[in-house]
Design a protein around this ligand. Structure first.
Ligand SMILES: Nc1nc2c(ncn2[C@@H]2O[C@H](COP(=O)(O)OP(=O)(O)O)[C@@H](O)[C@H]2O)c(=O)[nH]1
Ligand SMILES: [Mg+2]
Length: 325
């Protein structure tokens, strides 16, 4: 744990974002091993000793850019870092790690806004994103998370393009005793409309609606998902209450164009960042924070049911920078 956090956290975080209270060692370890590539590079840079000089900043710049932070966010972060270093009269390379953590926390903590699914009933959540990013898997994990909060859930098998997606959701529902509304064939809007009717009739708290994967460069599919959103509003005025865009953390800077395009089409209300356990370098979240900030509701570090948690900026930065507890 690093010192600036201790001093600055209360100023930087809202009271409802308790830093590490919900974290357990296993989760932090998974996140850390997922982000190890970046962590190791940064740790070896800062542990080298010596003074903070232009060479050090330049090497840091390279590491950040290759860690998917992107050019714009890297430059902004480094400018902030240089300002902070001057202000705090820091001189040693070893001190730069804490300083970077401080600047990253300032950048990322506004994104840590948990999902508030108890605000409406039924609370309708629609998921969207490109193919294979983890939408259907995330639905299972989010459903479990919500059930643990005492909320009843119903799943809408809105990916009517792939039979496997429907079966994937049905299997999950059976195993966890959750109702899944699906139709053989049919269209996404109709399935989700029925699901909302069903949730109303059964007094269900949350509807999680799956949708088929689509590329933002497929105009007819982007129109189709806009229609799904309009139909949801017809089934329940004010819904969908949450539009989650699922992003694979391994897609690098392309993630940013997905965020921009889906947000433009649907007014996305939150992000789910998956696969931070793979070859992800983690920096894409900083790129999003800088260029197109949206709340990060959950991050995923694996295929298991417990491998998805609300985003906590401090834990993420600890893992990214390779801090040891
Ligand atoms: N390693 C890893 N795999 C994941 C994660 N989330 C999803 N997956 C896997 O990614 C693949 C595609 O997931 P799926 O939910 O079907 O994607 P969809 O097409 O967006 O619905 C599956 O094999 C999932 O098990 C994650 O956080 N980490
Ligand atoms: Mg799917």
């Amino acid at each position: 744990m690093f010192s600036f956090f201790k001093k600055k956290l209360p100023e930087l975080l809202n009271s409802d974002q308790a830093p590490t209270s919900q974290s357990d060692a296993g989760w932090i370890a998974r996140l850390k091993s997922g982000l190890a590539r970046t962590g190791i590079q940064l740790t070896s840079l800062f542990n080298r000793g010596g003074k903070i000089d232009d060479d050090l900043y330049e090497e840091l710049e390279t590491i950040l850019i290759t860690a998917d932070v992107g050019i714009e966010a890297t430059y902004a972060l480094l400018a902030d870092l240089r300002r902070f270093v001057k202000e705090q009269h820091l001189h040693e390379a070893a001190q730069l790690k804490d300083a970077l953590a401080h600047c990253l926390l300032k950048l990322l903590s506004p994104l840590a806004q948990p999902l508030q699914a108890h605000l409406q009933k039924p609370f309708v959540i629609m998921l969207c994103g490109v193919n294979g990013v983890g939408k259907t898997t995330s639905i299972g994990k989010i459903a479990k998370y919500l059930q643990l909060q005492g909320l009843s859930v119903l799943l809408a098998a809105g990916d009517t393009f792939r039979a496997a997606a429907r079966e994937q959701l049905m299997t999950w529902g059976e195993r966890n005793n959750v109702t899944v509304i699906s139709q053989q064939g049919g269209d996404a809007a109709a399935v989700i409309y029925d699901s909302i009717q069903s949730a109303l009739a059964r007094n269900i708290d949350v509807v999680l609606a799956d949708t088929a994967g689509r590329l933002t460069t497929q105009p007819h599919l982007m129109e189709e998902i806009k229609k799904v959103k309009r139909v949801i509003a017809k089934a329940l005025p004010g819904a969908p209450h949450e539009i989650l865009l699922v992003i694979d953390a391994n897609t690098g800077q392309n993630a940013l164009s997905q965020v921009k395009a889906f947000d433009q089409a649907l007014s996305v209300t939150g992000l789910v960042l998956t696969k931070l356990d793979g070859t992800a370098k983690g920096g894409v979240i900083a790129a999003i924070a800088r260029s197109h900030p949206l709340p990060v509701r959950f991050i995923g570090v694996g295929e298991g049911l417990d491998d998805l948690r609300p985003f906590n900026a401090e834990d993420f930065i600890n893992a990214l920078l390779g801090f040891s507890e």
